[in-house]
Design a binder for this molecule. Structure first.
Ligand code: TRP
Length: 452
């Protein structure tokens, strides 16, 4: 029966299982691919420090807000906003935006994740050739629509396969396999970089010694935007995962653990990658090609015993995130439309897969913001710069100003100073910070120079 299926909803089997699943959602391409490359581009330590501040001031409070909304409502994002306000409430638009964001993000996320799997196979075979040839392989992969589509198909099939299994037997079970494996691989790679190459010390200096002269306003806003993306915030993923939480779970503690795990894993990835980059005397500021173009050149020299674990790590991280993106969409169709899990997963997964075909075909371009661009870049731009910040802004305004305070206190588990601090942050600091990211995405911030 539509709308009244709360009793048959899934629930995490253990609190630890929830933490691994939520950390699995957070830890993804954002940590292993994006964080190191933007840190490189924006100059290292100072950027890292600002990013840590953003996780504390914006990310953590917003994660708490999403988990509270989800657990209290026991609903998908659309239902959750209605349930905590009133049926038919216009706040459901925030939930809709989340479901739509999940749909669009997964369509391109799966293509990039497909490249990660492609590189896993390439590293088993081994990278060889001149550095120009190795770097050129990336362009060949992106430019070859059939190859990109093939890997995208494989990755979407895995994502759908896991989500079909449901909350416990699919998402949680796989998170319990993927996350520990990921952490072990990453610790191994970080130790390798730190202790056996000549680049370790330089990598630590680069990451942890702030040089504020290198920090630009642009870097500041990117740090804020990234804090959002990396913690899977702004589209109801944490509302959905929170809705499967047990009443006894401790939301604040769990949010701290998840954010901490996500941050530590991003930093470890930075240590692993920059140690190699510096050991080979390369520049850290390579941009998006850092792990698909720069690293393979080094891997050709080091060998598959480092590159295979690296790309396994990347693929695992991507998979445990993509399942959360699909789950948001699926939970809506299960809760609100009364669909069975199998029907919702297969139909929605397939539609997302179709949209992904557009992203995988780089030769299809349309004019966007003054130049001709592929769908992958356009979708990435629209979701990261508009949809997630708007979703995050609405979520924190909703919790901080609309939801009954008694409800929040109950979910929070206390009304002491920590509660007051969190509420103050959610009422004033988080919305202003998110608004700035949004205005920056729209290129409307008065004090920035936007060159077009
Ligand atoms: N956090 C993931 C990463 O860092 C991506 C992701 C998964 C995500 N679910 C999300 C981002 C929900 C925003 C919203 O790669």
């Amino acid at each position: 029966m539509a709308g009244d299926v709360t009793l048959s909803r899934g629930q995490w089997s253990t609190q630890f299982g929830f933490i691994l699943a939520a950390a699995g959602s957070a830890v993804g391409l954002g940590n292993i691919w994006k964080f190191p490359y933007i840190t490189g581009v924006y100059g290292g330590g100072a950027f890292v420090l600002v990013y840590l501040g953003c996780v504390l001031a914006v990310g953590l409070p917003l994660m708490i807000a999403e988990l509270i909304i989800g657990r209290r409502a026991q609903q998908n994002p659309v239902g959750a906003f209605q349930k905590l306000h009133k049926p038919g409430s216009q706040w459901q638009i925030a939930g809709w935006l989340g479901v739509a964001s999940g749909f669009i993000i997964l369509s391109f996320y799966s293509v990039v994740a497909g490249w990660a799997i492609a590189y896993l196979f390439k590293s088993i075979v081994g990278f060889s050739g001149t550095s120009a040839e190795i770097q050129g392989q990336f362009g060949n992969l992106i430019g070859n629509a059939w190859a990109s589509i093939g890997w995208h198909t494989l990755f979407m099939a895995m994502t759908i396969g896991i989500v079909l299994g449901g909350v416990r037997k699919g998402i949680e079970r796989w998170a319990k396999i993927l996350m520990p494996a990921l952490i072990i691989l990453l610790l191994g790679l970080a130790c390798y970089g730190l202790f056996t190459t000549d680049g370790g010390a330089q990598a630590l200096t680069f990451l942890f010694e702030p040089d504020f002269s290198k920090l630009s306003a642009e870097g500041f806003l990117s740090a804020l935007g990234h804090a959002f993306f990396t913690l899977s915030l702004g589209m109801g993923a944490m509302i959905t995962y929170g809705s499967y939480m047990d009443r006894k779970a401790h939301i604040i503690r769990d949010a701290v653990v998840i954010s901490l795990l996500d941050t530590v894993i991003a930093l470890l990835a930075g240590v692993a990658i920059f140690s190699l980059v510096f050991a080979y005397g390369l520049e850290p500021s390579q941009g998006p090609g850092l792990i698909f173009q720069t690293l393979p050149v080094l891997f050709a020299d080091i060998g598959p015993w480092v590159s295979v674990p690296f790309f396994v790590l990347l693929s695992f991280a991507a998979l445990s995130s993509s399942i959360s993106l699909l789950e948001v969409v699926v939970s809506y169709f299960i809760d609100k439309r009364g669909w069975g899990r199998a029907k919702a997963t297969i139909i929605m997964g397939f539609l997302i897969y179709l949209l992904g075909l557009l992203c995988a075909t780089a030769s299809i371009t349309v004019p966007f913001r003054g130049k001709s661009q592929g769908f992958l870049d356009i979708f990435d731009f629209i979701t990261t710069n508009y949809m997630l910040p708007i979703g995050g802004l609405l979520t924190c305004l909703f919790l901080a100003w609309i939801v009954n305070e008694k409800v929040i206190k109950e979910e929070f588990g206390s009304s002491g100073n920590l509660y007051k601090l969190t509420m103050f942050t959610l009422r004033f600091i988080t919305p202003i910070a998110v608004l700035m990211v949004l205005l920056h995405g729209l290129e409307w911030l008065p004090f920035m120079d936007y060159v077009n």
